[in-house]
Design a protein around this ligand. Structure first.
Ligand code: SF4
Ligand code: SF4
Length: 266
């Protein structure tokens, strides 16, 4: 096994603090730290998805989160939400690049796993699976728990947050995994999903999900230029952001307005 730079406890704490402050400076709302060994420990995926199977020197996964503004996702499907989605993706990729770069300058191995990792939605229709689950990474980094709708629910933004991950050999003290489920099992996401992609399960809180159905709907929205859907994230009652905006922050007329411009089939 290849080893990274040995660090004292004080150096680990200082590095963690510095990464958090850099992430904040880059506009990130959340930053959590997972030990790379958690992929093996929890074994929620096949071994080829483990960071240490891909880059054997991995020790820490730093997960960064950028919020999705409720008043914008409430207009979905619309170009307003579509552009917000693109903006968070750009911010995430740039921020995780910069954090990896920063770690490199200190002599640590580092890289970032981009937030999506697929070429086009048509690929997901054929094979609805990502090379790296940012949701699981966020869970292992203590940022929240996986809800009924397969998203990572966070105390701050519920599922209205997107993630990218920095993988490094810097041995940083990990955050604790959240034990208490944040999902209220309210079923709102299931009822509101436009294609009925969720089927509840008896044995666990996370639903069975027809990913092909969801991806096919996204393909339609992409063709109409107001991708993605996001309804199951938009309606979820979990998240402090609800306290700022309330149950509904866009007017009925305003929603129609935002959907009427900038995309096809509005
Ligand atoms: S993103 Fe939309 S289509 Fe996909 S599961 Fe959520 S609500 Fe359903
Ligand atoms: S809408 Fe309800 S059931 Fe769905 S993820 Fe949120 S809390 Fe869980």
């Amino acid at each position: 096994m290849m080893n990274g730079i040995a660090m004292t406890a004080a150096e680990k704490t200082a590095l963690k603090k510095k990464i958090k402050s850099e992430a904040k400076k880059f506009g990130m709302n959340l930053a959590g730290f997972a030990a790379a060994s958690r992929w093996e420990e929890y074994a929620n995926t096949a071994p080829e998805f483990y960071p240490r199977s891909i880059w054997p020197w991995s020790k820490t996964v730093v997960v960064l989160g950028a919020q999705i503004f409720l008043p914008m996702i409430e207009t979905t499907p619309s170009i307003v939400y579509s552009e917000l989605y693109n903006t968070t993706n750009r911010l995430l990729d740039e921020s995780s690049y910069r954090i990896a770069n920063f770690l490199n300058t200190l002599g640590h191995r580092a890289l970032f796993f981009p937030r999506d990792g697929y070429g086009d939605i048509s690929v997901l229709v054929e094979k609805p699976e990502a090379a790296f689950s940012q949701v699981l990474a966020g869970y292992y980094a203590g940022l929240g728990t996986v809800g009924f709708n397969h998203t990572l629910l966070t105390p701050e933004y519920g599922p209205r947050v997107r993630f990218a991950s920095v993988i490094t050999d810097a041995d940083i003290t990990p955050d604790r995994v959240t034990k208490r489920d944040l999902c209220k099992n309210c079923g709102v996401c299931r009822k509101q999903c436009p294609v009925g992609a969720f089927t509840p399960r008896e044995d666990k809180i996370i639903a069975d999900m027809d990913k092909h159905r969801c991806a096919s709907y996204h393909q339609k929205l992409k063709n109409e230029l107001h991708y993605p859907c996001g309804v199951c994230a938009m309606v979820c009652p979990v998240g402090q952001d609800r306290k700022i905006y309330g149950a509904r922050s866009v007017s009925e007329g305003g929603m129609i307005h935002c959907r009427s411009f900038g995309s096809k089939n509005s």
